[in-house]
Design a protein around this ligand. Sequence first.
Ligand code: SAM
Length: 246
Amino acid sequence: MRFDVVSIFPEYLAPLDLSLIGKARTEGLLELVVHDLRSYTADRHRTVDDTPYGGGAGMVMKPEPWAQALTDIAATSPAADGARPTLIVPAPAGEVFNQALAYELAQEKHLVFACGRYEGIDERVLEWAAEDYIVRPVSLGDYVLNGGEVAVLAMVEAIGRLIPGVVGNPESLIEESHSDGLLEYPVYTKPSSWRDREVPEVLLSGNHGKIAKFRREHQLRRTAERRPDLIDALDVSNFSKAERNV
Ligand code: SAM
């Protein structure tokens, strides 16, 4: 799988050299190329922004450097048989990123991320890019960041760890928060007694059935307490009567 990231701050993406994603890159499980948008400008000042039509505060990213960068990247896309790569445009006005979208995007061969700055990218770039890309404005959440780079760090990590081989033990992906619409149960490690606090006894019992029941109950309880919106979205027809009462 290939990721291309276009930014005016390529060094912002340096953490993607580290940890599991960095290792996956070294091992060739994923390819990640960061492009400096300013290298696609034609003027001496390497200008990427200009004042907004209609007035108002802030600057808007000029369309032409984006067109140059995206044309270049599309020309070398590994997307199969003329299929369009997906262009993710981080934006607070996009669909909200979640684990389901991470799974969906992890199936793609080629994802390109266009990091906006200032008041965002000239809207015509998104319309124009739709000829060569599947264009998806995506939000990290309902708040405003200074630029798309932080959103890209989060999305690349969430998507990248779903690529087979990136996470050492694939089983650790199965029971995670959001994998089945619920939050994860609480986890504990040694020592079993720590500062007068005990690990729940059932986890020391070796009884797999009881442990699974304990975890499931805690998943449901924690989700109901912290994220009732997730419970509302669940199909409870597969739940046991006891689970529905948690
Ligand atoms: N004027 C824009 C608005 O109100 O929708 C916000 C622009 S923001 C200051 C600059 C850039 O940060 C955006 O173009 C986008 O790339 C990124 N950004 C900000 N908040 C984001 C979020 N919640 N999710 C994803 N990207 C975000």
